[in-house]
Design a protein around this ligand. Structure first.
Ligand SMILES: [Zn+2]
Length: 645
């Protein structure tokens, strides 16, 4: 039965039992402080564009050919939709595989849709005609698969919206519709928007708010089911476009039902209220759910959800490494971040960036931008191969060996995640698709609008094209940031009065600006009537900083760049692919020596972004001159250094 709640928004409660009412009640819905700009308002240039182009020429542009059985040959959203029959067939073939086997039913929808989301965004951002044509064909085909009632998804009519266990109903839609909405941003084709609205309405009709339990399951250990909470991404995006609050109210309903069901997930309201309960779950779920909770909080303005959000962020701080990597290999397992003994998954690195981006827009709090910058320039770059088109599924800040297990651990013969691959099919094709999403998401969130004007939250080579006061504004960031620290903002607009805010990175104590400004909430703020050819030149003046991690070990940072001592490595090709240029790669150290920190050693810049200092060689028992270089450009490395006793 379909029910529609027609209750004034201020007394709306989307939960359905007394226990949930104290956090599911809509009290005072909140406005986001900054406006998220549509994809392609900011275009990358310089190294950011090169990286997206390299990905497109590499694993992003070829993943369908590298894993054709998962992408091309499994038409899971259309002719290959899952039915009771396919379930029986798959179960028989898989045999005993533990809790994870059930996930294989929806798995290819994630691989396909997350890959396509990154593929679409990359092709749009570098304006690649050939790939754009391919995508147009794909969008046409997928929209043709939409049923008369609006259903877009992976289940036949018998199975859909009818589960008592693990399933991918919402997750397959969330990942699919994120990509389709990115295409809408680019094309502004109203037919596409109408199709997405119909698909979402079909979901809202069949999982009616307050009268259904989308997250109900007999088995509390779930995968696709709880990934499905990111359907809130689609709902928020539709709200941005339509301004219809029904989408936000539904996001609150989803978070409430997710919290009420018996499932093992960190982001459930009751667990978050318990400050002492450590994060234990599957990392990628936990880190993506941060923004789902934020969506629920903004939909309701309920202070109980704010408390949960703050607790959640405090817990995440304990599981974040010095590179910004959110640990979980694949599980967080109640253990804190550790530079040597904890790995982080590429999926989690992307998802937490997206969560922080969502919080940045909501709060205008620059600390989220600092977090994004740090993790994108360090953790994300440091798990992407610096020269070849492949990534590490799992990576650690101190990376001593990348041949399967964590730093050479061979206890689990099946552990293949700590190495480089353009696919990682033995483990799962989840991280490679997300590695194709992260740079486009960084680019999209570089600029926001607020009520005063424009905000440059994330820095780097790019061109913004938008309008303020109904006048066109183009702002080019001319820079190689973070590989240089001078940025020229070249402005093109006519006689246009607005405020330009430029984020001052948290590390930037010294800086210069070529015109009068004020500093407000960590932003360099300039109120001005802007004219064509105005230029704001900002120069940050970093010094190498000595910092300590949660264990008291030392590490070095220069500007936004974490520094590391590179470890010379021998490369082994463990697998090649039919497509030239792609391979799985393992790395072992030529000579593994740990170094220790001794206070008061000189630090000398020795070439562009290379620094010379002395560390204690634990083999020779001597202080030795070593070179530190950007962490993001290394494969094997030592990043943190114990103090010499
Ligand atoms: Zn992954």
């Amino acid at each position: 039965m379909k029910k529609y709640l027609m209750i004034p928004v201020l007394c709306l409660t989307v939960g359905y039992n007394a226990a949930s009412q104290h956090y599911s009640e809509v009290k005072a819905p909140m406005e986001e402080k900054m406006e998220v700009l549509p994809l392609n308002s900011v275009k990358p240039t310089g190294w950011l564009k090169n990286q997206i182009r390299e990905n497109l020429n590499g694993f992003v542009g070829h993943l369908d050919q590298l894993a054709p059985d998962l992408i091309i040959e499994d038409d899971i959203y259309n002719k290959g939709r899952l039915s009771k029959n396919s379930k029986a067939k798959e179960l028989g073939a898989l045999g005993e595989g533990g809790d994870w086997q059930i996930q294989l039913f929806w798995w290819n929808s994630e691989t396909q849709s997350n890959w396509r989301d990154g593929y679409i965004r990359s092709a749009v951002l570098v304006n690649d005609k050939l790939h754009l044509e391919q995508i147009e064909k794909y969008i046409h085909t997928i929209l043709k698969s939409q049923d008369k009632d609006g259903y877009l998804g992976i289940y036949d009519s018998e199975l859909r919206y009818n589960f008592d266990n693990e399933n991918g109903e919402l997750w397959a839609k969330a990942s699919l519709l994120r990509g389709i909405l990115a295409w809408y941003d680019y094309t502004k084709d109203e037919k596409i928007l109408a199709a997405v609205k119909r698909a979402v309405q079909n979901t809202m009709d069949n999982f009616p708010m307050g009268a259904s339990h989308p997250f109900y399951t007999k088995n509390p250990n779930v995968g696709g089911l709880s990934h499905g909470l990111t359907f809130t991404d689609v709902l928020e995006q539709l709200f941005y476009i339509t301004k219809d609050r029904k989408y936000l109210n539904y996001a609150l309903f989803l978070y409430t039902d997710f919290s009420e069901q018996t499932i093992n997930e960190d982001a459930q309201f009751k667990r978050l209220l318990d400050k002492e309960e450590k994060l234990f779950g599957h990392g990628v779920h936990t880190y993506e759910h941060l923004r789902c909770l934020a969506a629920a909080y903004y939909a309701s303005g309920n202070e109980n959800l704010l408390l949960a959000l703050k607790n959640f962020e405090s817990k995440i701080a304990t599981t974040t490494t010095v590179s910004g990597g959110p640990v979980g290999d694949e599980w967080i397992g109640k253990r804190p971040a550790d530079a040597t003994n904890r790995g982080y998954e590429y999926c989690s690195t992307h998802e937490i960036l997206h969560s922080y981006a969502s919080l940045l827009a909501k709060t205008a709090d620059k600390s989220y931008a600092d977090k994004i910058e740090h993790l994108f320039f360090n953790a994300a770059q440091g798990a992407r191969h610096p020269e070849k088109s492949c990534i590490a599924y799992l990576k650690s800040d101190n990376s001593y060996e990348m041949s399967g297990g964590l730093n050479g651990d061979t206890h689990d013969a099946k552990q293949t995640r700590y190495r480089y691959s353009p696919v990682h099919k033995e483990a799962a094709v989840c991280c490679v698709p997300n590695a194709g999403r992260i740079a486009p998401y960084y680019v999209q969130y570089m600029w926001q609008k607020d009520t005063d004007g424009l905000v440059a939250s994330l820095l780097g080579p790019s061109v913004l094209e938008t309008s303020i006061n109904e006048k066109k504004v183009i702002i080019t960031q001319q820079t190689d940031y973070p590989f240089e620290n001078k940025i020229t903002f070249a402005i093109n607009t006519r006689n246009n009065l607005f405020t330009l805010k430029i984020r001052k990175p948290e590390w930037a104590e010294k800086f210069k600006v070529n015109m009068p400004f004020t500093e407000k909430n960590g932003y360099i703020t300039i109120d001005k009537r802007w004219q064509n050819n105005d230029k704001v030149v900002v120069e940050f003046l970093p010094e190498v900083e000595l910092k300590t991690d949660n264990k008291g070990d030392f590490y070095f940072q220069y500007g936004s760049l974490l520094l590391a001592k590179e470890i010379e490595a021998v490369e082994t090709v463990t697998k090649t692919y039919p497509i030239k240029g792609f391979a799985d790669l393992s790395y072992k150290p030529v000579d593994f020596t740990l170094y220790e920190y001794v206070p008061d050693q000189k630090m000398v810049q020795n070439g562009h972004l290379e620094f010379e200092t002395r560390l204690f060689n634990t083999k020779t028992k001597q202080l030795e001159i070593v070179i530190l270089k950007p962490f993001g450009k290394t494969i094997l490395r030592q990043t943190t250094f114990k103090k010499r006793p």
